[in-house]
Design a protein around this ligand. Structure first.
Ligand code: PLP
Length: 388
C-alpha cells in the first residue's frame, strides 16, 4: 500500500500535477501577503472583496459576543440558533423563494441535496463541466448518471428522449467554475418542464455576480423563480462560508427530513451565519459592489481583446487556456515575479492538456490594476495562448 502511494505522488510530480498549499499571511482581499511579499490577487472567489469587510466583521463580532463560537449540536438537535434562522429567511427573501436551508459548505450542500432528491432507478442529467461536488453527489445517490455535452441543449434533449418516462433531475452550474460561461437557463428550464424533470442550478459563481443587482443567473435571464432547486454558496461573493438551497416550502421540508449531510453534521457556527447574513445585506444595499464588478469584467475583456486575445465573459471568471500543464505553471510563476497572484488550473480540475490561468476579478480592482495585468499577461504568455 505505501509503495503505491509513494509511486502515485512521484507520478504527480513528474507530470506537473503535484499540488501544494500556498499560505497567505493576510486577510483575503485584493492585496495579499505571502512570505513577506505583497501581491495583487486575481485568483479569489471573493468577487466582491467581502472577506475582510468591516460591516461583515462587526456582525460576526456581535454574534460571537451574543452566541459564542460553536453551535454545539446538529441543526435538528441543538445547533440551530436565531442567527441560522435569520440567515435562511434572508436567503429565501433574496432569492424570491418560499424557504431556504443552509449547509456547512457548498460541497456538502450538493451532496446532501442530490442524494436526498434522487434514488436508484432515477436519472440525473448532468453537464460534462459540472463542479466536482455535483458529480460526487450524483455518484453517491445511486441514480443513473447521464452526462450531456457542455451547455448543449440539443444533446440534452436527445439524451432525455432515450430515457423517456424516467423521473429525475437536470443539474448544471449556473456559471461554470473553470470556464466562466453561463448556463443556457431558458433551454434547460424548458426541457425540464417539457419532460417533467426537476431543474437544479448551482449558483456558486453567479450569486453576487450576474444580473442587474447580483441576484444571480435567474435575474440575468429575467427568469426569477423559474428553477425548482436553486443551490448556491456563501463562500464566494458573499465572502463567508457555507452553502444553501432554496425553493418551495415542500422542498425544504423534505430536505430537512431526508438530507443526510444536513442531518448528521454539527451546525456551522452562529458567527458564520450572522456574517453571511451581513454579507448578503452588503450586496443588497450597496449596488455599487455588483456594478463595479460588472464594469471591471467588461473593461478587462475589452482590454484583452485589444491585446489580441479573443476573450469574452459575463462572469468574474476569465480563463486563459494555455494547454500544457508546465506552461501554465511557468506563466503563474512569471506573473508572481511581477507581483500578480493568479492560479494555474490543471488536471483533474480541468481536462488533461487544457491547463489554464484562471483570472478572477474583484469589484475592488481599479482600471489601472487591470491595465497592469493585461500588460503582464502579454509579456508572460506571448503566443502561448491556444484558444478562446
Ligand atoms: C466552490 C463550488 C462549490 C462548493 O462550495 P464550497 O462552499 O466551497 O464548499 C460548489 N459548486 C460550485 C460550482 C463551486 O464552484
Amino acid at each position: 500500500m505505501w509503495k503505491r502511494i509513494e509511486t502515485e505522488l512521484e507520478n504527480l510530480k513528474q507530470n506537473h500535477l503535484y499540488r501544494q498549499m500556498t499560505v497567505i499571511d493576510s486577510p483575503q482581499r485584493k492585496n495579499i501577503e505571502i512570505d513577506g511579499k505583497k501581491y495583487l490577487l486575481f485568483a479569489s472567489n471573493s468577487y466582491l472583496d467581502l472577506c475582510d469587510d468591516a460591516y461583515v466583521k462587526t456582525a460576526a463580532q456581535r454574534a460571537m459576543e451574543e452566541y459564542g463560537i460553536g453551535a454545539g449540536g446538529s441543526r435538528l438537535t441543538t445547533g440551530t440558533t436565531t442567527c441560522h434562522k435569520i440567515l435562511e429567511e434572508t436567503i429565501a427573501q433574496w432569492k424570491h423563494r418560499e424557504a431556504a436551508l443552509a449547509y456547512n459548505a457548498g460541497y456538502i450542500a450538493n451532496l446532501g441535496i442530490i442524494t436526498a432528491l434522487v434514488k436508484a432507478g432515477d436519472i440525473i442529467f448532468s453537464d460534462e463541466l459540472n463542479h466536482a461536488s455535483i458529480i460526487d453527489g450524483a455518484r453517491l445517490s445511486k441514480a443513473q448518471i447521464v452526462v450531456y455535452k457542455h451547455n448543449d441543449m440539443l444533446d440534452l434533449e436527445n439524451k432525455i428522449k432515450e430515457h423517456a418516462g424516467c423521473q429525475g433531475l437536470i443539474v448544471s452550474d449556473g456559471v461554470f467554475s473553470m470556464d466562466g460561461d453561463v448556463v443556457d437557463l431558458p433551454g434547460l428550464v424548458a426541457l425540464a418542464r417539457k419532460y417533467q424533470l426537476l431543474s437544479m442550478i448551482d449558483e456558486a459563481h453567479s450569486t453576487g455576480v450576474l444580473g442587474k443587482t447580483g441576484n444571480g443567473v435567474e435575474e440575468y435571464y429575467d427568469m426569477i423563480g423559474s428553477v425548482d432547486v436553486l443551490m448556491g454558496t456563501l463562500s464566494k461573493s458573499v465572502g463567508v462560508e457555507g452553502g444553501f438551497v432554496c425553493g418551495s416550502k415542500m422542498l425544504i421540508e423534505y430536505l430537512i427530513n431526508k438530507s443526510r449531510s444536513f442531518i448528521f453534521s454539527t451546525a456551522f457556527s452562529p458567527v458564520m451565519a450572522a456574517a453571511a447574513t451581513a454579507g448578503i445585506e452588503r450586496i443588497r444595499t450597496d449596488e455599487n459592489l455588483v456594478k463595479r464588478l460588472q464594469e471591471n469584467i467588461s473593461y478587462f475583456c475589452k482590454k484583452l481583446q485589444m491585446a489580441g486575445l479573443d476573450i469574452h465573459s459575463d462572469s468574474a471568471i476569465i480563463p486563459i487556456i494555455v494547454g500544457d500543464e508546465e506552461v501554465a505553471l511557468q506563466a503563474m510563476a512569471d506573473l508572481k515575479d511581477r507581483g500578480y497572484y493568479i492560479s494555474a488550473i490543471r488536471y483533474p480540475t480541468v481536462g488533461k492538456g487544457s491547463a489554464r490561468l484562471r483570472i478572477a476579478l474583484m469589484s475592488s480592482h481599479t482600471k489601472e490594476e487591470l491595465d497592469g495585468l493585461v500588460e503582464a499577461l502579454v509579456e508572460c504568455l506571448g503566443r502561448k495562448v491556444i484558444n478562446e
